[in-house]
Design a binder for this molecule. Structure first.
Ligand code: SAH
Length: 253
């Protein structure tokens, strides 16, 4: 997959894209990320890429010319172009999946007050937000988006299955995880995880996931129930039990 990122701060990306899962995906040629400095395209003699807003107000707005030229240079015509923006659709698993199916897409990062609306309109940009808060720039948001999309591309995660059980992906929050040692400072691990019975372990994990989701994310639980997942008899019994429990007064965690 090819991703072109247009930014005024290209140096922010190197350390994030060079490490860990993203770094390995780039090395393996699965992910080809091109970070482009919008400033390289400005025709302004002072290399300016933004100016004060018409109508007044604080801050600076990205001017059309450098962005239009940078978009043309990376071949954004006819491709999906995202503009990271707090006004946009909130990034979720469904959006990440739809992007993971693309061969190529383009991301524009704003900074300061944002960008001239004509850039968004002329390039038919999809505005994407990573949450209801304001960042100083779209760079961190773009990194979050690329990271979550990359994990969905086949071959990026070492173990193809390891994405399937994750929180939200399965429709439920993930169950509690434990690792060695079995006892730590008097703290133990649930016994069921040692009995080698995979069905019992799975049922324990399912119950734990359901209970957590019910306590913390009613919205996810309702979606999960509406999706009519096919459940075994034992899973169905656990689901009915958890649903019939009275809600906790306080979150125990
Ligand atoms: N004045 C704008 C905010 C500008 S913040 C407004 O009120 O809508 C500066 C830049 O940071 C934006 O251009 C955008 O690219 C990025 N940004 C800020 N918050 C973001 C968020 N929650 N999600 C995605 N991008 C965001």
């Amino acid at each position: 997959m090819k991703i072109k990122i247009l930014t005024q701060f290209p140096d922010m990306f190197g350390p994030v894209f060079g490490e860990s899962i993203l770094g390995r995906a780039a090395e393996n040629g699965i992910l080809d990320i091109d970070v482009v400095n919008i400033r390289d395209y400005t025709k302004d003699k002072h290399r300016k890429t933004d100016d004060s807003p018409y109508g007044g107000g604080a801050g600076m707005v990205m001017t059309p010319q450098p962005a239009f030229d940078a978009l043309s240079a990376v071949g954004a015509e006819g491709k999906r172009v995202l503009y990271m923006s707090p006004r946009g659709r909130i990034l979720d698993h469904a959006l990440a999946q739809s992007l993971a199916a693309e061969e190529e897409f383009v991301i524009l990062c704003g900074h300061y007050e944002g960008v001239d609306q004509r850039i968004i309109d002329a390039w038919r940009m999809e505005e994407v937000s990573i949450g209801d808060y304001i960042l100083s720039g779209g760079e961190l948001a773009a990194m979050v988006l690329v990271d979550t999309v990359a994990r969905l591309i086949p071959g990026v995660l070492g173990n193809e299955n390891s994405g399937n059980e994750e929180s939200v992906y399965s429709g439920l929050l993930e169950y509690d995880q434990y690792t060695k040692p079995r006892e730590y400072g008097g703290l133990s691990v649930p016994e069921v995880l040692f009995n080698g019975n995979h069905e019992l372990i799975h049922l324990w994990q399912f119950e734990n996931s359901l209970r957590l989701t019910k306590q913390r994310r009613q919205d996810l639980l309702e979606k999960y129930l509406a999706n009519h997942k096919i459940l075994t008899k034992k899973e169905k019994k656990i689901l009915d039990n958890v649903l019939s429990e009275p809600p906790k007064l306080e979150d125990e965690d």
